[in-house]
Design a protein around this ligand. Structure first.
Ligand SMILES: C[S@@+](CC[C@H](N)C(=O)[O-])C[C@H]1O[C@@H](n2cnc3c(N)ncnc32)[C@H](O)[C@@H]1O
Length: 201
């Protein structure tokens, strides 16, 4: 994950971020990274926007441990919570101007729980950035591999996770949770960046 983060959070990513997400970063703004992994995004955010308070949420102990070390170095809070649970936002203090979620939604048993709780934490008018895998054909899935994988259970399981939601599916869930889509950009056939505004602002 650390090895791939420079490619994931590349110039296209930050261009999209600065156009559609950064306008919500008012003075004293706070940003919440849901499923922060080892906390790479927290570090990059602090480097680009030193005035913004950043907080990461993570569940898996080995990731949490690394994210907490990262957080201690850069002054970021890291909270343990299950983003697929019904009331995870109750363990987070305060409200946020920006929510961010990269390569997480497709992994969750209940992605609506993430979005519904994010809507409780992001203030009206605030922004939400969802960056994830999106639905693509099996032919495209195979074409992206350096070597064709065996056509076994693992491959089909992996394909069903990575090609699970279309961008419209994510927007349907985000709309129901209280967000309005303001921009989308495909990074490639299998990845999409989506920007939302919290309704009511
Ligand atoms: C593919 S990694 C992406 C990490 C990071 N967002 C990035 O883009 O570099 C997915 C992360 O989501 C976390 N995750 C998966 N399910 C979760 C859950 N139910 N609650 C909290 N975190 C979860 C995983 O532990 C992992 O760190």
């Amino acid at each position: 994950m650390v090895d791939t983060q420079a490619g994931r959070f590349n110039e296209d990513y930050w261009e999209f971020f600065s156009k559609w997400i950064a306008p919500a970063l008012v003075p004293n703004a706070k940003a919440l990274d849901m499923g922060t992994g080892p906390g790479g995004w927290l570090t990059m955010m602090k480097a680009r926007y030193p005035e913004v308070g950043v907080c990461g949420v993570e569940l898996v102990p080995v990731m949490l441990e690394t994210a907490r070390l990262t957080g201690a170095e850069i002054g970021a809070e890291v909270v343990a919570a299950d983003l697929s649970s019904d009331e995870w936002s109750a363990s987070i203090d305060g409200t946020f101007e920006v929510g961010h979620c990269s390569m997480v939604l497709h992994e969750l048993p209940n992605p609506f729980s993430l979005l519904k709780n994010a809507a409780k934490l992001i203030r009206p008018g605030g922004r939400l950035f969802i960056f994830d895998w999106c639905r693509h054909s099996f032919a495209d899935y195979l074409a992206r591999k350096e070597e064709e994988p065996p056509l076994d259970e693992d491959t089909f399981q992996h394909f069903s996770e990575h090609a699970r939601f279309s961008p419209d599916d994510v927007t349907l869930l985000a709309e129901r949770a209280g967000f309005r889509e303001i921009a989308r950009q495909h990074r490639d056939v299998a990845h999409v960046m989506l920007a939302y505004q919290r309704k009511g602002g």
